[in-house]
Design a binder for this molecule. Structure first.
Ligand code: HEM
Length: 510
């Protein structure tokens, strides 16, 4: 009897664990063979391969396909190889792909994940509509003195390292700069994490981006058993508590009114004063096809969630991009000299002071930065979830609502079809004469379309400011522990990171 029950149970389990796994076969789409429950993501769930590494592997394994099927647990997904199809998904057919689909449940969403990056549907649209004015050039220029103040402090840290000759983890150095800048611009408070390696804010930043085995396990449960674990939070309570506390403290200090500091909290307070956010729905339509109205009330928790994403989205991305740029420059002294000559020349015309206009003139520095983001984009893949039945253009393959499209940015950036000598660091690819030769929809460090990075200009300018401040006074060189080709961390999640940091030597310039 026991044997029969065990057999029935095994059959039921097998059926449950493999349901839907014939999805791509039925549509005649090439796909990676899944295993029960985990689909094609067992190595990702066990932190032995990052989603980016998986996408690179599939991209390279199927050189002649436009797209390839996969299964992230029970989530059906496909890796998109063709730039035209990428354009359809990210831009032209956005109405089918406005979701990122990272929350594993449609209705039960933990508070901090109701942020612009994770939100979908009307919540996303209303937030994006209202937050866009925070990222205009005018606002960015108003913030710039804060950025410059922090960038200059990077020099003090580098100075300590240069004097002792010790090897520095520049990943950590740039993370401290970014943390401070976000503290000042995002939270309106002086975080001083540049001075204190273990400041509470720096710890918060580190914790958000460390995917612990607990996080990986919870993530797996939520992905594989979506309904059963919908109430289990992915983020540990400490992150929610600290962020809410920080945001509420600052808002109270300001009496819930904008203080004139022009930072992110001021913007949210101004939005709150305007009352309900009202806009057109992207999910609900009237019988005549016109969009229904949707509304949103900003409460403290929702505001804290936006500050959280401002911190999270801006922190890892810029520190990873800037430290990787330093790594490349350390191994390319000629290019580093060119960057430094340009910084010297531009600053000599600005009284040796960093400012918005000076940074805009540092074209070679920008080229080196773009080339580093090509080699190692902070987000190695983009993701969109299909919102309604969609036929992939030029095919008879129809996909259902809920299927995810993965755009393998890292793989596209290093495909020799689009970039000659793809593994070489050649900033000149991004020179004004050559930049237009780059094929459209394959260079995507900030994504593309209506869900592209809202902080692109801010991230870009803030990163260049940090690099310019450092390289004006110091040079970087490989340290004995530097790896020529740093290894990307298999335990990484949405953003990529380098395993073990980026050790370099910092030397004062003669
Ligand atoms: C070098 C710095 C940065 C890089 C490389 C970067 C990259 C990206 C990428 C690739 C995406 C996804 C785009 C897509 O799916 O098409 C994204 C989204 C986003 N980024 Fe950035 N980012 C940077 C800085 C920032 C900063 C400073 C902020 C500050 C607010 C920010 C806020 C966001 C937000 C809120 C989203 C989600 C936008 C939406 O879904 O509407 N990013 N970023």
């Amino acid at each position: 009897m026991l044997f029969v029950i065990a057999c029935v149970l095994a059959v039921v389990l097998y059926w449950y664990g493999t349901r839907g796994q014939d999805y791509w076969a039925k549509r005649g789409v090439p796909y990676k063979k899944p295993i029960p429950f985990f689909g094609t993501a067992f190595r990702q769930f066990t932190q032995r391969e990052s989603p980016t590494q998986f996408a690179v592997e599939i991209y390279r394994k199927y050189p002649n396909e436009r797209f390839v099927g996969a299964f992230f647990g029970s989530q059906k997904s496909f890796i998109v190889r063709d730039p035209e199809l990428i354009k359809s998904i990210l831009v032209s057919d956005f109405m089918y792909f406005h979701k990122r689909g990272l929350n594993t449940h449609d209705e039960v969403i933990e508070p901090m994940l109701k942020n612009l990056f994770f939100a979908d549907g009307d919540l996303w649209r209303l937030l994006r509509q209202r937050m866009t004015p925070a990222f205009t050039t005018g606002k960015l220029k108003a913030m710039f003195p804060l950025i410059v103040e922090r960038a200059v402090k990077v020099q003090d840290l580098a100075d300590k390292a240069a004097k002792t000759g010790a090897t520095v983890d520049v990943r950590d150095l740039m993370a401290r700069y970014t943390t401070d800048f976000i503290g000042a611009c995002g939270f309106g408070i002086n975080m001083e994490s540049l001075d204190d390696e273990n400041s509470g804010f720096r710890k918060l930043g580190r914790r958000i981006f460390t995917i612990t085995p607990r996080d990986a396990f919870v993530g797996m449960l939520k992905q594989v058993f979506r309904e059963s674990f919908k109430n289990l939070n992915f983020l540990v309570p400490e992150i929610e508590k600290t962020t809410l506390h920080l945001v509420q403290t600052v808002m109270k200090e300001r009496n819930y009114k904008p203080s004139g500091k022009n930072d992110f909290i001021d913007l949210l307070l101004a939005l709150k004063e305007k009352g309900k956010i009202v806009g057109e729905s992207i999910e609900n339509f009237n019988a005549d096809g016109t969009p229904k109205e949707s509304q949103l009330e900003l409460d403290d928790m929702l505001m804290a969630a936006q500050v959280f994403v401002f911190f999270a989205a801006g922190f890892e991305t810029s520190s990873s991009a800037t430290s990787y740029t330093l790594h490349q420059l350390a191994f390319h002294p000629e290019e580093q000299n060119k960057v430094q000559d340009e910084i010297d020349e531009v600053l000599s015309r600005y009284d040796n002071k960093l400012c918005y206009d000076a940074i805009r003139e540092m074209k070679y520095l920008e080229m080196a930065f773009l080339e580093s983001m090509r080699l190692f984009p902070s987000l190695g893949f983009l993701i969109r979830k299909c919102a309604k039945t969609y036929t992939l253009p030029g095919t008879d393959v129809t996909i259902d609502k809920g299927v995810s499209a993965i755009i393998p940015v890292q793989a596209l950036h290093t495909d020799e079809k689009y970039f000659e000598d793809p593994d070489k660091f050649i900033p000149e690819r991004f020179s004004p004469e050559r930049i237009n030769d780059i094929k459209k929809h394959v260079f995507l460090p900030f994504g593309e379309g209506p869900r592209a990075c809202i902080g692109e200009r801010l991230g870009h300018m803030q990163s260049l400011a940090g690099l310019a401040a450092l390289l004006h006074k110091y040079s970087v060189e490989p340290a004995p522990t530097s790896l020529r080709h740093p290894v990307s961390d298999p335990a990484a999640g949405i953003t990529q990171s380098i395993k073990g940091g980026i050790p370099l030597r910092v030397k004062a310039r003669a």
